[in-house]
Design a protein around this ligand. Structure first.
Ligand code: CA
Length: 229
């Protein structure tokens, strides 16, 4: 369930830096250098997020968004602009971009923006369904086999994080970050263990969170598929 990101950027240095940064965070990244190849790629592959430089060799990326408006509706978009392109920024936001970021940007800032853009519920269903589990991102509800499981806000955050990364290990550090963000107070390592334990009890008998010793946790993807794509 790793998010797929398409980078459209003609500056090789920026593009390579971005790709490296995002891949290191576990995103699946494809990079193209102009509108033409962007269109070709978008015709055959699916992405959750597009990061597009505004000025490209064969036009500006706003025209691409306008052209493909319908098929891009359910995708998060972040525009990259130079610092002196304020008007661009406004046009970009009018086109429905989630966000923009001015170059040069700090890596940490970019990653936060990416995370935020992807946090927005995607698509029409606004549901994350994996096997027997279904997270309704609008209603903030977890359902297992169609039955609502009552979670605390913290448990819900943990569940989103684990399900978004289904099949991959989510480190304890990462979870602690998430929880801290949500509640505004520090949660220590022992408390996290308690939360997870309580959460797993609620998921029974469908509990499919694995503890990866000394590392973190993994939401297991069921063998029989059923993963929502
Ligand atoms: Ca450019």
């Amino acid at each position: 369930m790793k998010a797929r990101v398409l980078i459209i950027e003609d500056n090789q240095l920026t593009a390579r830096g971005l790709q490296y940064l995002l891949e290191r965070e576990g995103y699946l990244v494809t990079t193209v250098v102009d509108l033409k190849s962007a269109k070709q790629t978008l015709a055959t592959q699916d992405f959750e997020l597009l990061i597009m430089d505004v000025g490209l060799p064969d036009g500006d990326s706003f025209s691409l968004v306008r052209q493909l408006q319908d098929s891009l509706k359910d995708k998060a978009i972040i525009f990259l602009t130079a610092r002196d392109q304020e008007e661009d920024i406004i046009r970009g936001l009018e086109l429905g971009a989630e966000d923009y970021i001015t170059k040069p940007f700090r890596n940490r800032e970019l990653l936060l923006r990416v995370k935020k853009a992807l946090r927005q519920p995607l698509g029409l269903g606004k549901k994350l369904t994996i096997g027997h589990f279904s997270l309704d991102l609008e209603a903030h509800e977890l359902m297992i086999d169609g039955k609502i499981i009552v979670l605390t806000a913290l448990e819900y955050r943990i569940m989103i994080c684990l399900m978004e990364n289904a099949g991959h290990i989510v480190t304890r550090e990462r979870l602690l970050d998430e929880i801290y963000d949500a509640s505004g107070r520090v949660v220590n390592d022992n408390t996290l263990s308690v939360y997870i334990k309580r959460l797993r009890q609620k998921l029974r008998p469908r509990d499919n969170i694995s503890t990866i010793k000394n590392l973190g946790y993994r939401f297991e993807v069921p063998q029989d598929g059923g993963e929502d794509v």
